[in-house]
Write a protein that binds this ligand. Structure first.
Ligand code: NAD
Length: 258
């Protein structure tokens, strides 16, 4: 067990099979964190939490949340706070804002509805969930917030034509830097990760030709595994990462985009 055993990691967007969220939750648990799974699918959140608890022997709790809906986020936060006060979960130490949706539609075919939805889940969701869970971290003077952006924020959405997605993920980078600066020395760090292509179900809309073209453009010649992203998120959540804040960690196989 590590120094993290006394703390709980809260993850949004962590029920999708092979997804970055579930993979990261398992990695946190392997490192000794207690786990909270918050996802649109409440039943699956509870089931994934139970599976992780059984496999790794850590406390775990699952609850439904729609990250884009403030009432839903507050209800989830209240449920988690109840678990903490009842002693079933240790104090909240980390928040990984992983829930996200794409917008694989060419720009002129996008609608205001799609734009609003993509902004709401990716950007507003990160805002709402962070605002709900941050007070507990400030109170404990220890916390790690890791926000899921994307290489799309840095160089545009590429073959998927993801203009709303790129804009929403770029908003997360500004949010991360500003919040890190504003929090200052509260023991709470705020960082973002910008994966390139990761092999998960979110990519089901792309064709094999598109996937081949993506891999060919990556110096390492392949997409990332979810585990490779999880490793960075859990490092940024560790005691050792205490002097890393307001930064963006690229996980893109050497595709230098700056
Ligand atoms: N896979 C990639 O290539 C890649 C690359 C860069 C960044 N990302 C980002 O990583 C994150 C996870 O991606 P993934 O590939 O595992 O995707 P995924 O589609 O497999 O998982 C997304 C998860 O978010 C949940 N979710 C969606 N809307 C939600 C809402 N309103 N409230 C709560 N939960 C919601 C889904 O139920 C699902 O569990 C996303 O933010 C994505 O944009 C993915």
């Amino acid at each position: 067990m590590t120094d993290n055993i006394q703390r709980t990691a809260v993850l949004t967007g962590a029920t999708s099979d092979r997804g970055i969220g579930v993979t990261t939750a398992r990695r946190y648990a392997r490192e000794g964190w207690a786990i909270v799974i918050l996802d649109l699918d409440g039943e699956k959140s509870t089931a994934v939490a139970a599976e992780i608890s059984a496999e790794f022997g850590v406390p775990a709790f699952g609850h439904r949340v729609d990250v884009a809906d403030e009432a839903s986020v507050l209800a989830a936060q209240e449920a988690v706070a109840g678990e903490v006060s009842a002693g079933r979960l240790p104090a909240i130490g980390a928040l990984a804002n992983i829930a996200g949706i794409t917008s694989p539609v060419p720009f002129l075919e996008t609608t205001l509805e799609l734009w609003n939805k993509v902004m709401a889940v990716n950007a507003t969701g990160t805002y709402l969930v962070t605002k709900a869970f941050l007070p507990a971290m400030i109170e404990n003077q220890w916390g790690r917030i890791v926000n899921m952006s994307s290489v799309s924020a840095q160089r545009g959405g590429g073959v998927f034509g993801k203009v709303p997605y790129s804009a929403a993920k770029a908003a997360i980078l500004g949010f991360t830097k500003a919040l890190a600066r504003e929090l200052g020395d509260n023991g709470v760090t705020v960082n973002a990760v910008t994966p390139g292509a990761v092999d998960t179900n979110i990519r089901v809309g792309s064709t094999p030709e598109q996937e081949e073209a993506i891999a060919a453009g990556i110096p390492l010649g392949r997409t990332a595994t979810a585990e490779e992203v999880a490793a960075v998120i859990t490092f940024l959540s560790s005691q050792d990462a205490g002097y890393v804040t307001g930064t963006t960690v690229d996980i893109n196989g050497g595709s230098h985009i700056h």
